[in-house]
Design a protein around this ligand. Structure first.
Ligand SMILES: *[C@@H]1O[C@H](CO)[C@@H](O)[C@H](O)[C@H]1NC(C)=O
Ligand SMILES: *[C@@H]1O[C@H](CO)[C@@H](O)[C@H](O)[C@H]1NC(C)=O
Ligand SMILES: *[C@@H]1O[C@H](CO)[C@@H](O)[C@H](O)[C@H]1NC(C)=O
Length: 464
């Protein structure tokens, strides 16, 4: 460990990206409890597939007792997603199209409410709610595509178990009772009950030609978008959802933008342990290395492609890098340092959900907001066994923003990944080796102390 090496590495710091992802289970039984860090679009499983729509799903774990179920719901125009009873909270993002979500929440007075949703919206429905979805009837519109997350955070810190399903069919709920019970309960004839119970049940998504009542839905949102410039305030009040494309980003510069939201920005998130975020990296850019002290990020690539690098805490030399493309799910467990970068020829856009275990503020390694800058320089110099000047240099706040230029970073990282994977044993055959999932050493990670972890990470950046 020669100081000379430190200087070199410190100079390269903006190029070194750190980032660790959470494990995802989708069809990867070989890693029980902790799955791969990346779940590709190809490995989603199909739940429902009809002429009117499709539902695919992925399950993810964070190694800290959190388990999450993701569903990707696609509905052709004029379709109906039949009513279901939610077993867990559901937060969803509207990827394309528009439609109406109608729901009854248990604390409301048994009246249905609805929300008209458009691309970019985030909304949350509470567990115990009944809801259904209608896509916009206009056949020229895009399919309504919804990315939803359902949580199953265990309360007793043992292994998280997802409920058998995220929701139940209304017909299954009703049909579960004995005929006689239903007959008495509803006060109807046996024939009525038999008629209900013994006909074939439709799939979850069915065609639903619009009626005069439904034809106008979405109009409000249409007007709002068109009139947004003139009547921004009045119109925004009419919508209850948060829209990423209408909000002012938290960080924005020519390298991209990012927005995070919590219950402060969206009332519907109140009482939920979810937040949401979107990151739009322009070409040749990167999100500076950071970690989340109290949140696990479960992100979906919605456009483009990029590289992700993560550091596995408790295992300082354990870092992973992988390429993520549209439709892939990337999980970054709490405390794991991570960074994302785009290629020179394409942007990289992610929408994600953060599962919060407390108030979370992402901690950045470098730049003005660096968490490490607040530590005593002599202590830091001792940590790394280098002169104070080197630490001063390392931590000087050269970088203004959290989103930075990073020309050819993704390309170089991908090159390193390919080099590295040649030497490593492959745990399974995978025809796309560059997208090889990474196994997290859960035991080691759990043991890692947070503050120690951040120092370990920095030291691995410097000495690796
Ligand atoms: C809902 O209904 C369909 C059709 O009967 C059935 O295949 C499915 O398993 C049911 N349950 C859920 C949770 O979708
Ligand atoms: C992402 O950012 C680029 C420019 O940085 C912009 O052209 C593009 O429209 C943005 N994409 C979205 C979906 O906002
Ligand atoms: C901090 O991390 C180092 C490197 O992994 C390890 O050797 C050490 O025991 C850790 N200390 C604590 C207090 O966890």
């Amino acid at each position: 460990m020669k100081p000379k090496a430190v200087v070199l590495k410190a100079a390269m710091l903006p190029l070194l990206l750190l980032w660790c992802f959470v494990a995802v289970d989708g069809g990867r039984e070989e890693f029980p409890g902790v799955g791969p860090l990346l779940v590709t679009k190809e490995s989603r499983r199909t739940v429902v597939s009809t002429a009117s729509g499709e539902i695919t799903a992925v399950d993810v774990r964070d190694g800290y007792g959190g388990a999450y179920h993701l569903q990707f719901i696609t509905m052709a125009p004029s379709s109906l997603f039949l009513p279901v009873l939610l077993h867990t909270d559901m937060v969803f993002y509207v990827q394309s199209g528009s439609g109406r979500v109608t729901y009854i929440e248990e604390d409301e007075n048994e009246e249905t409410e609805h929300i008209d949703v458009v691309r970019g919206d985030i909304y949350r429905l509470e567990k115990g709610s009944i809801f259904y979805v209608q896509s916009h009837p206009d056949p020229t519109r895009d399919n309504l595509r919804i990315h939803a997350i359902f949580n199953a955070v265990d309360t007793d810190n043992t292994k998280a178990e997802l409920p058998a399903a995220a929701y139940s069919n209304i017909s299954d709920l009703v049909g579960g009772f004995e005929d006689k019970v239903l007959q008495m309960g509803f006060g109807v004839s046996e024939e009525t009950i038999l008629a209900i119970k013994w006909v074939e049940k439709p799939p979850s998504i069915v065609p639903f030609p619009h009626t005069s009542k439904t034809v106008s839905f979405g109009a409000l949102r249409g007007i709002r978008s068109l009139a947004a410039d003139d009547e921004e305030v009045t119109n925004k009040k009419k919508t209850k959802a948060f829209n990423f494309f209408e909000a002012k980003p938290d960080v924005e510069n020519c390298y991209g933008w990012s927005t995070a939201l919590s219950h402060k920005d969206l009332k519907a998130l109140k009482g939920s342990n979810f937040g949401a975020f979107m990151v739009n990296l322009s070409r040749s850019s990167m999100m500076g290395p950071y970690w989340n002290p109290k949140a696990t990020e479960i992100a979906i690539v919605i456009q483009g492609r990029g590289m992700v690098e993560a550091v596995c805490i408790g295992k300082p030399s354990g870092e992973t890098k992988f390429k993520a493309t549209e439709g892939d799910v990337v999980v970054v467990p709490r405390l794991h340092p991570v960074t994302q970068m785009s290629y020179n020829d394409e942007g990289f856009i992610l929408v994600g959900f953060s599962s919060l275990v407390g108030k979370n503020r992402p901690q950045f390694f470098a730049g003005k907001r660096s968490a490490l800058r607040t530590l005593d320089r002599e202590v830091m110099a001792t940590v790394f066994n280098v002169p104070t000047a080197i630490v001063e240099n390392l931590l000087a706040a050269r970088v203004e923003s959290t989103i930075l230029a990073c020309t050819s970073c993704a390309e170089e990282l991908e090159g390193k990944m390919k080099e590295g994977s040649k030497g490593e044993e492959q745990p399974e055959e995978d025809d796309d080796e560059e997208r090889e999932a990474w196994k997290v050493d859960e035991e080691a990670r759990r043991e890692a102390d947070a503050s120690n972890a951040s120092l370990n990470v920095l030291s691995s950046m410097l000495w690796e």
